[in-house]
Write a protein that binds this ligand. Sequence first.
Ligand code: GDP
Ligand code: MG
Length: 349
Amino acid sequence: MRDVGIVGLPQSGKTTLFNALTRAGVPAGGAAGKASVAAVPVPDPRVDVLSELERSRKRVFAQARFVDVAGLSAGGPGGGLAAQGLGALREADALAMVLAAWDESGPDPVEAAAELTLELTVADLESVAGGAEKAAKKARAGVKDAALEAEVLARARDLLDQGTPLRDAGWEPEEARVLRNFAPLTLKPALAVLSLAEADAAAAADRAAGTEAKLGLPTVAVAAALEAEAAELPPEDAADLLRGYGVERGGLDQVVGTAWRLLDLMTFLTTGEDETRAWEVHRGATAPEAAGRIHSDLQRGFIRAEVIAYDDVVAAGGWDAARSKGLLRTESKSYVVQEGDVLHIRFNV
Ligand SMILES: Nc1nc2c(ncn2[C@@H]2O[C@H](COP(=O)(O)OP(=O)(O)O)[C@@H](O)[C@H]2O)c(=O)[nH]1
Ligand SMILES: [Mg+2]
């Protein structure tokens, strides 16, 4: 499971987006300094289709966790983030930066992104600057490994001081390891979420593309208040409402799709009478690594993987039919799993 931290200027619509994504029903405009966390199943039509074909008793979706922190200061530099919420954000794997575009008279989203980025760099600077000073002292005293730490932290401090997010600089793996001890927010992969008025819902794809070109950050656009409202309705009414406004792709689907891409994750599937299930795994994972997502025994005792591509299973009308047509491949432990592979792991422990 991966955590996506929702960040944004005050009143930008963070909690509204959180509600749209998680259906948690946390009141918008809530108290400062408190973090809300909710895990949600990631919609994946492949799970529905496969489970129908295989008559699975259960459907299990991959999950994403969202963190909503109230209390980003309006004060800019020096204001800082509420300490309690900051801790929750530091544990996130990726950040979703909410940019309000639902109010014509509100701040320009591109300016808001710059202001928010500045706040995040200030928050990182506060934690990195002290570390840089300590590391420099240790390096001068000749402490082992302190020279690299001092050099990396001094460079990070200077970048942050200029308002540059740490993710925009190149870091060697051992340098990134030093930085990660401070869990800097600006090192995390980030996407922008343009929060649209319901009247603009149908133009979401164009609006996202236009803003992405200006921001240089992967950007999605979501009619968050509309989706939060829909989240409180029975599923069919919600679908009708969203269709009525011309919503083509839901916020959860968009945010997770982009976050997974930034985090280099992909999805493989397992199916059978018991359950059909989607699993997320890092891109480039071998068959035993994917097996290990299911259970450590399957990785330890891995013999081989039987693989059929999702499209082949569907075209044949099911796993057994696809196998009869010769669409099943037997792969060894060096096999690199592909997006949408349906896997059956043979193992022995
Ligand atoms: N009309 C409209 N109002 C919104 C939207 N998103 C947020 N708001 C309003 O803006 C205020 C702040 O929203 P909230 O989600 O609490 O922002 P946060 O401070 O960033 O968590 C609330 O009064 C919301 O109802 C939106 O998409 N459309
Ligand atoms: Mg809020």
